[in-house]
Design a protein around this ligand. Structure first.
Ligand code: COA
Ligand code: U4Y
Length: 218
């Protein structure tokens, strides 16, 4: 699985895959998770945070989507600022060096893998790689509380921004996660991710010294 960076400047290269992606999101979030607020008559799951500013990381095997993650700059509206501000006791985070992560998924047939790098870990390592690559210092995440031990166990430093609240009967919390080389190397080592996973098709070559010089499995 390669993880492709898809954003405003190269999305024309991925128009069919993006169409599949929004239909898959409907299947996963509306049909499976029953997040009814996201239902739309066209059966594509897009919300107010899918804009030109949004960055998608899609784990692909050929043209098949295996996993996904969405990143939204906190200088634009986010889940935390616009939907769940109560989760952040000191007000919303709006910083050019902080992006909000959301809509992580792995397709059902690739969940719970044991051997090799798990798709779930690869997509999270790829998000950390992307954050390092564009010079971020942190991610904010609104997530169901069962994620917290998982984040810590993969070596990420996650600080709560407030107390958990129930949303749709699920305990939900907002956290800030450090983006740094250690967070990337830790998840790679602990989860057998072999190294940089991102494919930057159609995007300008950017310097990625932090990633290029690191060999996580060493
Ligand atoms: N509620 C509570 N715990 C959950 C959960 C849920 N909805 N989904 C996963 N977990 C926890 C459980 O501990 C689970 O172990 P279990 O099956 O023995 O209970 C463990 O995570 C592993 O989950 P699994 O789905 O087997 O594998 P994975 O780690 O490969 O993938 C996800 C995890 C979340 C990426 C995958 O389940 C998925 O894509 N789910 C649908 C989308 C989604 O819910 N995203 C997160 C929204 S907050
Ligand atoms: C929306 C209305 O999965 N409601 C919405 C909208 C809290 C609730 O948000 C609702 C979402 C994982 C949804 C649900 O009941 C992060 C993660 N976050 C969730 C998401 O949406 O992606 C939000 C928390 S769930 O119905 N809801 N959107 N209007 N537009 C995470 C990310 C990175 C990781 C690990 C986990 O490294």
């Amino acid at each position: 699985m390669d993880v492709h960076v898809i954003r405003r400047d190269n999305k024309h290269l991925y128009s069919e895959i993006l169409e599949d992606y929004f239909r898959l999101r409907h299947q996963i979030y509306v049909v499976e998770r029953k997040w009814a607020a996201l239902d739309r008559p066209d059966k594509r799951e897009l919300d107010q945070f899918d804009t030109d500013e949004t960055v998608y990381l899609l784990g692909l095997e050929g043209r098949s989507i295996i996993a996904g993650m969405r990143l939204v700059p906190t200088t634009a509206p986010t889940l935390l600022s616009d939907l769940f501000p109560r989760l952040s006791l000191n007000g919303p985070i709006r910083r050019p060096d902080v992006y909000e992560l959301s809509r992580i998924f792995v397709v059902p047939k690739r969940r719970g893998e044991h051997a090799g790098p798990r798709a779930e870990a690869v997509i999270q390592a790829a998000a950390m790689e992307y954050g390092l690559s564009i010079g971020l210092s942190a991610f904010t995440i609104v997530l169901e509380s069962w994620w917290l031990p998982r984040l810590l166990d993969q070596g990420w430093v996650a600080r709560p921004l407030g107390l958990p609240i129930d949303i749709d009967s699920m305990s939900t919390i907002a956290v800030m996660v450090d983006v740094d080389e250690q967070a990337w190397t830790e998840i790679c080592i602990r989860r057998s991710v072999p190294g940089p996973m991102l494919v930057w098709q159609g995007l300008p070559v950017i310097e990625r010294p932090a990633i290029r010089d690191l060999v996580p499995a060493a």
